[in-house]
Design a protein around this ligand. Structure first.
Ligand SMILES: NC(=O)c1ccc[n+]([C@@H]2O[C@H](COP(=O)([O-])OP(=O)(O)OC[C@H]3O[C@@H](n4cnc5c(N)ncnc54)[C@H](O)[C@@H]3O)[C@@H](O)[C@H]2O)c1
Length: 552
């Protein structure tokens, strides 16, 4: 092994690595010293006295640690704002960014922010532990929305925040005042949908039987006695921030002008942390440190290091490597860089589904559906497509879909040689993939679906949102003249991961011929498949036959 000096010299070839790291927290510039690579963002925030951000589960599941991160996106020339779990974000991952915590949103001394005020008035807070996280999720949604969000978007942004006191109703009520509510949905309701004695309540906008006394101006709901509601939602104009004296924190101009640098920092126990800005330098690092862990969202590695006590000596954050962030629409499909975040991917799929012929986007639709249940917004904002693929976890919600969609993975080695692997050949077993130690995943190619080809997702978990699958699957139906076939890929109860060996082929030549095809027939076919899994699961599902289905 060469001397430290020689190693340094080799590392410093090519790129000008620097240890200069800065961060803005609630509008205040902080210089991040070297030596903190082992710290998470929440540890740092609480160390500097910002204890409003709470540490709950420590694995990105409860949202108590939610903060908002903003950075300047050179491609779109815009500042982007998003919620993240500070418990998983490595401190240096937010270098050059602006972090806003609940303290930066508002407080009793300088005035509550309208979000906080509405939350308090709706009794959204009880024990208070989860409150900062809810406020920050909502704050990030409002700051990143061009127009008022819909109620669905509000619910979606809260899927990664847990509250064990309120039952969520007061929280949703508190935030509802910021939404674009289509009152016509309620007020134009046909009288047929109202039961006798019911009318549309002017207070709640929903059917109820609390009609005011004739001649009385007082509506019972206004007094908080009818409809079982003690809280009446107030309109946004009532919470106009008149008590909010502090201005909204802006994106620091300093960060707009700042040039990003490749980082080489360190942490406790000799931990090395790199942030290359070019693919070539990433490959060089991988050649030099074959065991280095690549990081994007750290939502898997962070758990491995903290909760499973796994130790890595070299971490390479690949978030800023341009080739890994490609999202390119081609004639025959979509190319997705391995570091593309799931939120970005979701946005792209939604756009494609609107723009392209329906035939081509069956896979895109199924990814949109599955991503709803994948994890909370904070996780999707940072977790990458490649991180999920390379983890090759048997509970992965997306990997069966890549296989069913005939996706191909582009893999590059440290010398720059590129090869392609079919998704269905890539997964070798429990957390094992077909990739050598000097190789990394460069991108994913998702082909458009063909005519008469349909892809569908399936996930069965204990709880609908933000939970680990017991069974999940990706299925493809392709209808051909000579009979049709269904290919199915999936995993069962974390115990088993089959990939190539579970290449399931259930042929149903009886019903599905191209001529007979309609959307209903395909839906029925998927329903049969999924109910088969569910039934099996209910009756001592593993021993009782699921393994048989998967191995047949
Ligand atoms: N914590 C949660 O609540 C939660 C929920 C859903 C999903 N997830 C995780 O989301 C992860 C995806 O995102 P992430 O970006 O946070 O993962 P990550 O940064 O933790 O990296 C995960 C793994 O993928 C490897 N990796 C990443 N990019 C690679 C590349 N281009 N080539 C080769 N290896 C690469 C890493 O070295 C690491 O082993 C999944 O692995 C999944 O476990 C977490």
């Amino acid at each position: 092994m060469g001397s430290l000096k020689n190693e340094e010299e080799i590392e410093l070839m090519g790129e000008e690595w620097t240890k200069e790291a800065i961060l803005y927290v609630n509008g205040v510039r902080k210089v991040l010293p070297d030596g903190l690579a082992h710290l998470t963002l929440i540890e740092y925030l609480r160390d500097i006295g910002l204890t409003g951000t709470k540490l709950g589960c420590g694995e990105g599941g409860c949202g108590a640690c939610t903060v908002m991160v903003s950075h300047y996106d050179k491609k779109s020339k815009k500042c982007v704002h998003y919620a993240v779990n500070a418990c998983l974000a490595p401190l240096y991952s937010v270098e050059g960014m602006h972090v806003i915590t609940v303290e930066g949103v508002g407080n009793r001394k300088h005035g509550l922010h309208p979000i906080q005020e509405s939350f308090a008035r709706a009794h959204g807070s009880q024990c208070g532990f989860c409150t900062p996280g809810f406020i920050m999720s909502m704050y990030a949604l409002l700051r990143s929305s061009q127009t008022a969000p819909t109620e669905e978007q509000i619910e979606e942004c809260l899927a990664g925040n847990l509250c064990r006191c309120t039952g969520y109703r007061p929280i949703v009520d508190a935030f509802r005042v910021f939404s674009k509510t289509n009152d016509a949905v309620y007020t134009n309701m046909s009288s047929l949908s109202l039961k006798e004695g019911e009318f549309v309540c002017p207070s709640t906008g929903k059917p109820c039987s609390c009609r005011p006394e004739i001649g009385s101006n007082v509506h019972p709901c206004k007094e908080g006695v009818a409809c079982g509601r003690s809280y009446e939602p107030v309109s946004y104009s009532e919470i106009d921030g008149s008590t909010y004296t502090k201005k909204e924190l802006i994106f620091p101009p300093d960060l707009l002008l700042r040039k990003l640098n490749p980082l080489k920092l360190s942490g406790f126990g000799g931990l090395k942390w790199y942030r290359p800005l070019e693919l070539q330098h990433l490959l060089e690092l991988k050649l030099k440190y074959p065991d280095a862990k690549l990081l994007v969202g750290n939502t898997e590695v962070g758990i491995e290091m903290r909760l499973k006590r796994m130790q890595y000596q070299v971490l390479i954050s690949v978030t800023h490597v341009p080739e890994l962030n490609v999202l390119s629409v081609k004639d025959d499909g979509l190319e997705i860089g391995a570091a593309v975040r799931l939120t970005e991917l979701l946005k792209t799929f939604r756009k494609l589904v609107n723009e392209r012929p329906a035939d081509e986007t069956s896979s895109c639709k199924t990814f949109i559906e599955q991503l709803k249940w994948f994890a909370g917004t904070q996780i999707k904002n940072v977790a990458s497509v490649g991180g999920n693929i390379c983890t090759a976890s048997p509970i992965s919600d997306l990997n069966p879909l890549w296989m069913a969609s005939r996706a191909k993975f582009q893999i590059i080695d440290s010398k720059g040689n590129i090869r392609m692997a079919l998704a269905e050949d890539f997964f070798l077993g429990y957390r094992k993939v077909n990739m050598a130690s000097d190789e990394i995943l460069l991108s994913i190619f998702l082909p458009w679906t063909r005519r008469f080809e349909f892809v569908k997702e399936f996930k069965q978990a204990h709880r609908r949102e933000d939970d680990i699958a017991i069974v999940n699957a990706g299925m493809r139906v392709y209808l051909e003249e000579k009979g049709s076939r269904i290919d199915c890929f999936g995993c069962v109860n974390r115990l088993w991961w089959g990939c190539s060996s579970i290449y399931l082929c259930i042929e149903d030549k009886r019903i599905y011929h191209r001529q007979e095809l309609d959307a209903g027939a395909v839906a029925k076919c998927f329903e049969n498949l999924t109910s088969r899994y569910c039934d099996q699961r209910r009756c001592s599902w593993w021993d009782g036959g699921v393994s048989e289905i998967f191995n047949s």
